[in-house]
Design a protein around this ligand. Structure first.
Ligand code: ATR
Length: 281
């Protein structure tokens, strides 16, 4: 990589930031396409977020990714939001264009792309169960509804949060078939049995000895069970789903495709997805 006076700078703001795979992924992609860009990690403390965002303009950067804990708090510092980011109230990508800072959210889109590319699934008309109602579940709910999911059920420990997300999706996607429920009971087991796609959007499974967030008794062949967690690569949920004959998908593809979408927003070029995947494996 040769840095010149022309090199465009992108990066990621987070706190902490030491664990991120994004620099490897994006620098490999810039190298593959011979683009004169560099991508750097920036540890941005919460009380410095406004100054850091203003520096995108001051330093004439191409744009940045935004990660935990800044995805919501960054919004007041931006000039514009895409419809998706506005609906979600969270931003993971900023484009600096003609002096303006535009906030995008590519997380949900990244997951839908991974479903298509890695699992060969078109979500249109599918019966989907989301487990969890936090930021990740919201991003997926919006993108899955946009992509034409037939029915979305949201199961969460705190049922009021599941209701809140279901109500928001119903308002945004008038007429969509959207339901909410708790994380246990016979009704959940019926919903699990009827779903085409089941997606864990909670943090349960991050620890290798975490039990699955739901009972896996009703899982069966013909279903796709997904976990947004990619480390461990196979959570107990995925392990047990596979034993039941279901297909499985972890969150690595979502990480890659959300990055690919950000890459395309900054460069206008098609992202070299295989290079990005190889860089973080
Ligand atoms: P993210 O942005 O990654 O989605 P989040 O917004 O903090 O993170 O959401 C975490 C999700 O995991 C929530 O749905 C949370 O359930 P609650 O709304 O009831 O808190 C879920 N979650 C986390 N730990 C859990 C646990 N031990 N059991 C059940 N659900 C859990």
């Amino acid at each position: 990589m040769i840095i010149s006076g022309q090199t465009k700078v992108a990066g990621i703001f987070g706190y902490p930031i030491g664990h991120t795979y994004s620099p490897k992924m994006h620098n490999a992609a810039f190298g593959q396409l011979g683009l004169d860009y560099i991508y750097l990690p920036f540890q941005v403390a919460p009380d410095k977020l406004g100054q850091a965002v203003e520096s995108i303009r001051a330093l004439n950067m191409a744009g940045v990714n935004i990660t935990v804990p800044h995805k919501q708090k960054v919004i007041p510092f931006l000039d514009e939001l895409t419809e998706e980011a506005g609906l979600l109230g969270a931003v993971n990508t900023i484009l600096h264009k003609d002096g303006r800072l535009i906030g995008y959210n590519t997380d949900g889109r990244g997951f839908v792309s991974s479903l298509e590319a890695d699992a060969g699934i078109d979500v249109c008309g599918k019966n989907i169960l989301l487990i969890g109602a936090g930021g990740a579940a919201q991003a997926l709910g919006i993108s899955l509804a946009t992509a034409g999911a037939g029915c979305i059920s949201i199961a969460n420990r705190t049922i009021s949060k599941a209701k809140e997300l279901a109500d928001r999706l119903k308002r945004a996607y008038n007429g969509s078939d959207i339901h909410y429920l708790g994380l246990s009971g016979k009704h959940l087991s019926d919903v699990i049995g009827q779903a085409d796609i089941i997606i864990n959007c909670t943090s349960i499974g991050l620890k290798a000895d975490d039990n699955p967030p739901i009972s896996t008794d009703a899982l069966h062949a013909g279903q796709l069970v997904c976990d947004l967690i990619y480390n461990p690569a196979k959570t107990k949920l995925l392990e047990q789903a596979q034993l039941k004959g279901a297909s499985i998908l972890n969150g690595l593809g979502m990480l890659i495709y959300q990055g690919a979408a950000a890459f395309e927003i900054w460069t206008g070029k098609k992202a070299p997805v295989d290079t990005m995947r190889h860089a973080i494996m």
